[in-house]
Ligand binder design. Structure first.
Ligand code: BYC
Length: 329
């Protein structure tokens, strides 16, 4: 169902018999856990898959600043405001490392930005939901950064060197983000009845979209098989989602708030939490641009880019002037 609705891209895994000599040698390096570096030969589809994933990851970091930016001026204390600003700046940094990693694959930053602005390139579905209360900032740190870490720790071992190395620092910073979110949720859930209700309401709205962050079910994931063979993906969408649920449910219990899932239950035989059905039609709508905030997020990014044109022009003029002075000298 899902596969028919999206741009299919790379789907099946090439067998050894279909590979060229170069492709076989490349796959042997991957199988031996030898990192691929930008100047190494790589199949065109490997390059394209990485450009797609890394640039979309970078866009997610950049667009991800917007829902949180909405609360900087309304943070409940100076300390919370300083922490939130530091977190948002970290996200900008993550976007920049990731754009740089993608550039090593032969795409320009201007092209990546143009693809985001035209709607050709995706960013994480999660950032198309609104932040309605301060508790949402807690829920984003706890759940969204928690899901991001779950996905990104394995990426530190992915086959493409620049992406794997960028992930190491990003994961360290994300774990501070997750802790700050959980700390907000802890304060609210230890607070007044009204504050606890805010924490519960935020969990109710962010839980299911957080589970969708891991992507479609494995059986319907267009890119998974080839990305796993190339070790771009180390764990599958469903494996990561299950790990996230298993890690997060006890954290909700500790907060004294309840997951909005009547089917959630511990299965001692599987040693996992079973959870209810995810509404994949909602996910598809968000991917198609029809989430609650898609249009607003994109319009805000495009405006920021247009408003910043004079800064880019000034930097280019300055660089050109310096270069011509150096030539004269
Ligand atoms: N949202 O075959 P599949 C963060 C797309 S934010 C939107 O499974 P793949 C943070 C997918 O792109 C987290 N689109 O794909 C920042 C593909 O469409 P295209 C960002 C999604 O790539 C600030 C199609 O569905 N993290 O860190 O093998 C504050 C088929 O899916 C989503 C990353 O980007 C989605 N949720 O697997 C706080 C991690 N899911 O491209 C936190 C790196 C799927 O063919 N990315 N799609 O048009 C990945 O690990 C993988 O790309 C995914 C998807 C697991 C997301």
């Amino acid at each position: 169902m899902y596969a028919q609705m999206v741009d299919t891209g790379v789907r099946s895994v090439k067998g050894q018999a279909e590979m060229t000599t170069e492709e076989r040698a490349f796959q042997a390096r991957i199988d031996a856990d030898i990192r691929i570096e930008p100047k190494d030969w790589m199949p065109e589809a490997y390059r394209r898959t990485l450009i797609r994933q890394v640039s979309q990851h970078a866009h997610s970091e950049i667009v991800g600043m917007l829902p949180e930016g909405n609360w900087v001026t309304r943070a409940p204390s100076l300390k919370r405001k300083a922490i939130l600003m530091a977190k948002i700046q970290d996200e900008a940094g993550h976007g920049l490392y990731l754009y740089s990693a993608a550039e090593t694959l032969g795409i320009t930053r201007d092209q990546m930005v143009a693809d985001l602005h035209s709607g050709k390139a995706k960013y994480s579905s999660i950032f198309n939901y609104p932040t309605l209360s301060w508790a949402d900032i807690g829920a984003i740190g706890w759940l969204v950064d928690g899901a991001a870490i779950m996905n990104q720790i394995p990426l530190c071992r992915c086959s493409f060197g620049p992406y794997a190395r960028a992930m190491v620092r990003i994961c360290k910073e994300e774990s501070f983000h997750q802790r700050q979110g959980y700390d907000i949720m802890l304060s609210l859930s230890r607070g007044t009845a009204e504050q606890k209700a805010m924490a519960q309401d935020a969990l109710n709205r962010w839980w299911w979209p957080s589970l969708m962050m891991f992507g479609p079910p494995d059986a319907e994931s267009v890119h998974s098989a080839q990305s796993a063979a190339w070790k771009i993906k180390i764990l599958s969408n469903d494996e990561l989602r299950q790990r996230f649920v298993d890690q997060t449910v006890p954290q909700a219990d500790y907060l004294g708030i309840t997951m909005p899932d009547p089917d959630l239950q511990w299965n001692p035989e599987r040693n996992h939490y079973e959870f209810g059905a995810i509404d994949w039609s909602e996910f598809m709508e968000v991917l198609k641009g029809n989430g609650p905030c898609n249009r607003d997020r994109l319009a805000t990014r495009v405006k920021a880019w247009d408003d910043g044109a004079w800064v880019r022009d000034a930097a280019m003029a300055h660089a050109a002037k310096r270069a011509s002075r150096q030539q004269v000298a």
